[in-house]
Structure formats: structure tokens, C-alpha cells
Design a protein around this ligand. Sequence first.
Ligand code: NAD
Length: 242
Amino acid sequence: MVQRARRGVVFTGAGISTECGIPDFRSPGGFWTRYKPIEFSDFLASAETRLEAWRRFLVIRETIAGAAPGAGHRAVADLVRRGHVARVITQNIDGLHEAAGIPRERIIEIHGNGTYAHCLACGCRHEIDWVKEEIARKEKPPACTSCGGIVKSATISFGQAMPEQEMADARAATLNADLFLAIGSSLQVFPAAGFPVMAKQNRTPLVIVNREETGLDGLADLVIRRDIGEVLAALVARIESR
Ligand code: NAD
């Protein structure tokens, strides 16, 4: 199926990055389960909540900053280079698809990017290291140096509107796909999980690679319930040998 594909879409979730030391959303003991997610409206409503959100984010960021792409990311990059995969839609905020060498314009980050921050009012970019210093110095959440607005990591929080352009791009890529591979996502977070559903409705073959059952296994043409790095590395090796 992959070898025949020319406009494939790879849709990834946190599971592709666990081999890089970044816990997925639901793994017990991971930082994502230790804290209840902070809703976007609460982030906006109080400086105290913003400070807490930033403190939690900085813990997560330490892990992300130390991570390098794994076998799964490298294999996806290989499928892009070989022309089987046209776009990668990711729910991840870790930037590891880009770090694996996939050109920026082929990646659609529907939940944003955690490697930098931005002002919610004027959009001005701020570096996370600057945020860290500001918090250490002032014990207050950072304010934009250009306009004084609220600064937030460039990720999409629960309750925050999805980014319009990225959602439109992901929709277009999904409708254009000749194969849809959903990798390392429990497929429970909507609207993201709507893309594999959309692909299937458009009669595009759907393959799911995830070590546990997902919310959409019943829809898929093929479900591979095994380790992502292992499966994708074997796939690339097989393509190479032909
Ligand atoms: P999820 O945690 O709901 O699902 C991840 C799935 O991957 C799980 O079903 C798990 O069994 C599977 N998995 C983990 N490691 C695997 C491996 N090595 N091989 C095979 N399967 C494996 O994640 P989600 O569906 O992406 O939703 C979580 C949300 O949280 C996302 O929206 C994302 O924005 C955010 N998040 C991002 C990161 C990141 O950027 N790396 C990490 C955690 C959470």
C-alpha cells in the first residue's frame, strides 16, 4: 500500500515520540497525567493560573528540548523523501518531524509547536528561554515586550480554538490523500481524530499503527498493533530492498 501511494498522509500522535523519552498523554505517571490540563479560558482569566501553566510547561519543555527524533520519525522522513507521503499532520508539539529532516512545508502542526512562545495579542514570537528568565526574575507570567499582551507557548490548549490555516491545510491534504496512516494516536482527541474519519469517508485506505486499541480501529482497512519504531523501520527496510 505504501509503495503504491504518491499522495499519502501520515497523521501522528504522542505515541511516535515515546521512544524519544517524551511520555504520551495517557501513560501512567507521565507529566500529562500528573496535572489536570489547564483550560484556555482559565489561562486567560488569571495571572496566577498563567504562572502555574508556564511552570508546568517548562517541565515538559526540558524533556522535549533534550529529545532527538527516533526510528519512527526517521522512517516517516524517509517515506516523504521517497515520494510516498506528501504531508505529515501531527498532533505533537515537540518539533521532532522537522528535526528528522522533513521540510517545514510538508508538516502540519494542528496542536501548535512547543519549541517557542508567542503573544496572543500581536503574535510576536518569544523564545522559551526568555520566558524562563522572566519568570525566574519576576515571579510573574511574561508579558509581550512589544505590546504588553499575554504570552503563551505556541501550542493549542484544551478549550482553545484550533488554528484555522492548519485545519484547512490538514483537511485539504486528507481529501487529496491516496493512503492515510494514523500512527501513535489513541484517536480520541477531536477534532484531530476527525481526519482519519474524513479520509475513510473519502474512500481512502486507512492504516492504524498503535500498540493498543484506538477509537477508530473498526473503521481501518489494516490495524498493526505493535511498536511504531519497529514497524516503520521494517517497512522502510522492505521498501529499500525491493
Ligand atoms: P495519546 O497519548 O492519547 O495516544 C498515544 C497512543 O500511542 C497510545 O494509544 C499508546 O498506546 C500509543 N503508543 C505509545 N508509544 C507507542 C509505541 N512505541 N508504539 C506503538 N504505540 C505506542 O496521544 P494523542 O492521541 O497524540 O493525544 C494526546 C494529545 O496530547 C495530543 O493532542 C498532543 O497534542 C498532546 N501530546 C503531545 C506530545 C508530544 O508532542 N510528543 C506528547 C504527549 C501529548
